[in-house]
Every structure is written in structure tokens, then in C-alpha cells.
Design a binder for this molecule. Structure first.
Ligand code: ZN
Length: 312
């Protein structure tokens, strides 16, 4: 890492799926990221920080809007201020949640917060994969006794949560970790339904981390000679046969194959004729053709007769 952070300072958005929107006066204190923290922002705004928008030193590294690109407000390896005691190792991500701006209070219960949108899940998965790849975050879901990998705010919030249940991430809280990510007791962040989506984010991130093997190329199946012959026009088939028949004797194999195929084609044609003869369509066509011939003959006979005068 360059000393003085000159290079880090000029860090551009991490990719085409983020927008670089730095908070004015953000910290230059280096951190060693080890956990990505999911938050809910209690806002309906598409953009909560950035130049002129950063509320003092309370911002997160990223803001994940309802839809569209993730906004990046601080360098990943510099301190942000959304995780209390975790600020020196957390990469924080705030999330739009549709909370009516200006409404009194905030989400009272974890269950009040709506689930993350598909766009938010996708952004989070990409970011987590990026952090694993480029910042050596452990590729795991954080646990109360090991705050590394993909985490969420409640892991560091004490409250009257339901009793710890290893199978239910919603019950993994500051009560067990003993860490203080917030001074607020029982803070809803990031919401029950969002914690229930942590595994989905993690699973999706794995797809970014393990590029799926390119679909194996189907083995070239030996092309049926019959198919080959059928794919040719009548003229091409005749030409091929002519060449084969007039060819030298060292081409006897080809000649024999062609003759065998010729016989097969004849058989198929006979079958097709047979099938056609027995279809309703075939019968109708033949009936019409016969009627057409009769009609034509009648008209010709009429035309041959001397014309009668007309008065129209
Ligand atoms: Zn939070």
C-alpha cells in the first residue's frame, strides 16, 4: 500500500457498476477491511451522501439505492462511520428502504423494514465478491464469534432479541458478539427480512467468485451420411453420384457408400410418397388437381366454340 495514501486518494469507482461519489472531508485513516456490513438507511432517497450531502462523519462507504448502481462515498481501505466499534475493520453499505422522508420516527421493529430489491442484492453480491477477491475478506457469512466476511449491523447491536438460534441469522446479535456497532439498544437495522436475504447475497456472490465453467462444447457427432446427402439439392446429389461413378477405382469405398446411400434415399422417398398418399392433405390435393384438370378441359372446350354476342 503506498504511504500517504496518494494513490488511494485518487481511487476511481471500483468498477462500471459503481458510481464514485466521495463525501467531502472524509477520513484518511487507513483500515484493514475484514467484514462487509449491511445496513438499512431509513430513507426513500436515491442518493444520501456525496459532496455536499455527507452528514458530517456519519456516512458509510457505500449507498445501495432501490435500483441502479451502488454509490461509493469513501475509499474501501479508509475509515467510514456507520459501524461504531467496527469502523476500523468494516466496509459499510447503507441501503434504500423506502422509508417516507420526513415521516416521524423510524422503523420500530425489525419486521417493519421491507426486503432488499433484486438490484440491491445483485450490487451487494458483486461488492462482496470484489472485497473477497481484492481485499482478502474471508469468503464466509459472519458469525457472532467471528466478525469477518459478509455481515450486518445487528451482529453488533444489543437488544431484546429472540434467543440465539444457530439456524436463524436474525438472532445473531450484539448480545453474543459483545461488540458495539451502535449505541442504540435494539436498533432494527438492517431489518428482519434483509437479514433473511444474507444467504441469498452470499450465494450470488459465489457465482461471481467462481466463474462457471464454459459449457462443454458438444462432441461433434459423426454426421450421418444420410443427413449429408439429404442436405444436398437434387442437382448436387446427381453431380456427386456422377463424380463417384466416373471416379477411379481407388475410390471404390466412396462409390460403394454413395450407392448404398442412393438406395436408402430411394427407400425414404418411396416411404414419403406412401405417407403422402395416405394423408388427408394428399387426398384433397389430388382431388383438387383432378377437378382443376376437368375444369380446364371444360373451359378449353367452351373457348373452342363460336362466341355468342353479348350486350353489356
Ligand atoms: Zn445500520
Amino acid at each position: 500500500m503506498p504511504k500517504g495514501g496518494a494513490m488511494a486518494r485518487t481511487m476511481k469507482p471500483i468498477s462500471e457498476w459503481t458510481v464514485w461519489d466521495p463525501v467531502t472531508g472524509r477520513s484518511n485513516v487507513p483500515i484493514r477491511p475484514r467484514m462487509m456490513t449491511i445496513h438499512t438507511a431509513v430513507t426513500n432517497s436515491p442518493d444520501i451522501y456525496g459532496p455536499g450531502l455527507g452528514p458530517g462523519r456519519t456516512h458509510s462507504h457505500f449507498y445501495n439505492p432501490k435500483s441502479g448502481k451502488m454509490r461509493q462515498h469513501q475509499e474501501i481501505n479508509r475509515k467510514a462511520f456507520a459501524d461504531g466499534d467496527g469502523n476500523n475493520y468494516c466496509v459499510s453499505v447503507e441501503h434504500w428502504d423506502g422509508y417516507p422522508n420526513g415521516a416521524p420516527g423510524y422503523w420500530k421493529h425489525g419486521s417493519d423494514v421491507p426486503p432488499l430489491t433484486d438490484s440491491q442484492i445483485e450490487n451487494d453480491a458483486r461488492l462482496f465478491a470484489h472485497l473477497v477477491k481484492h481485499f482478502n475478506l474471508p469468503n464466509r457469512i459472519a458469525t457472532p464469534n467471528n466478525l469477518t466476511g459478509l455481515g450486518w449491523h445487528r451482529l453488533g447491536i444489543k437488544g431484546n432479541w429472540r434467543p440465539y438460534n444457530p439456524a436463524d441469522l436474525k438472532t445473531w446479535t450484539g448480545n453474543q458478539s459483545g461488540v458495539k456497532f451502535s449505541n442504540a439498544f435494539g436498533k432494527a437495522c438492517p431489518g428482519d427480512r434483509r437479514i433473511d436475504q444474507i444467504r441469498e447475497i452470499y450465494a450470488r456472490a459465489q457465482e461471481y467468485l467462481t466463474p462457471t465453467k464454459p459449457a462443454p462444447k458438444p462432441k461433434p457427432t459423426p454426421k450421418e451420411e444420410k443427413d449429408f446427402l439429404m442436405a444436398l439439392t437434387d442437382n448436387e446429389q446427381r453431380e456427386l453420384l456422377r463424380l463417384a461413378r466416373t471416379g477411379k477405382d481407388d475410390d471404390v469405398k466412396i462409390k460403394t457408400a454413395i450407392q448404398r446411400l442412393e438406395a436408402e434415399v430411394a427407400e425414404i422417398k418411396a416411404e414419403l410418397t406412401d405417407i403422402d398418399a395416405n394423408t388427408v392433405g394428399g387426398k384433397v390435393w389430388r382431388t383438387n388437381a383432378a377437378m382443376g384438370r376437368a375444369e380446364k378441359a371444360r373451359l378449353e372446350a367452351e373457348a373452342a366454340e363460336p362466341e355468342e354476342g353479348t350486350n353489356d
